[in-house]
Design a protein around this ligand. Sequence first.
Ligand SMILES: CCCCCCCC(=O)SCCNC(=O)CCNC(=O)[C@H](O)C(C)(C)COP(=O)(O)OP(=O)(O)OC[C@H]1O[C@@H](n2cnc3c(N)ncnc32)[C@H](O)[C@@H]1OP(=O)(O)O
Length: 225
Amino acid sequence: MTDSIAHQQQLYVADGLSDEEIAQQADLYGPLTDSVRELIEIALLTEVDDPEVRAAMEHIESAKQLLRKQMIPGPYGVRWGASGQKRAWGNAAAGLRNAIAPPLVIDCDPDGRASTDFHLGSAYEGPAGLTHGGVSALVLDQVLGAAAEAGGAPGMTGTLTLRYRRPTPLGALHAEARIDRLEGVKTIVVGHLAGPDGVCVEAEGVFILPRWVRDRNSATVSDPV
Ligand SMILES: CCCCCCCC(=O)SCCNC(=O)CCNC(=O)[C@H](O)C(C)(C)COP(=O)(O)OP(=O)(O)OC[C@H]1O[C@@H](n2cnc3c(N)ncnc32)[C@H](O)[C@@H]1OP(=O)(O)O
């Protein structure tokens, strides 16, 4: 086993938190994440002058010092509570504690479907006024992966194929995915990202449970994503 796989395995943790403790953490840190996300947008768009910018930076520096007093060594990893509730709170697309995540709140169906309605603000711009193509890929990777997981055939993304059919606006968007078929250890998922004028990006993903997960029986590390 390579060092990188061993390191990755250590980040799948059953920490035994109760649902109540998890809800308390979500209530505490979720609003912090929302606030930082809002700060990103404000920092991007503000046009205040030098004194206000300098004063704001001092406040931000104070906040950083407060929050740094006690830290996870990082990264967050994936954790399961006592009831089996999964927390991928560091996830770049959907993590409750990750301010760069849009965030996606994904509805999942055990028949292998997933969908999400979400909003992308100015921080996700690529071409002027439009969503960055890499952000579209991020969203679709996550939603397709969630469909694979929901259908009981999770995996890491082996291949993600995208067709950008029309520009994706910023603002209110929708993404959905479904398992198309299973081929041995591969789960093939199809989906799309749509704006108010229809489908903008079509996607097909091949999701594969890594060999090290396939080879071991431990329930605590049965889900690599
Ligand atoms: C709810 C959560 C949603 C999360 C969504 C987000 C998911 C992610 O972003 S994951 C991060 C991005 N992906 C990665 O970093 C993956 C990196 N790659 C790997 O870890 C490995 O190459 C992995 C797991 C894809 C395959 O490795 P391994 O399990 O050893 O494959 P291996 O046993 O050689 O091959 C198994 C089968 O898959 C096929 N295969 C292997 N790699 C790929 C690939 N990249 N694409 C397509 N097929 C592949 C093989 O041909 C073989 O097919 P068959 O059974 O028909 O002969």
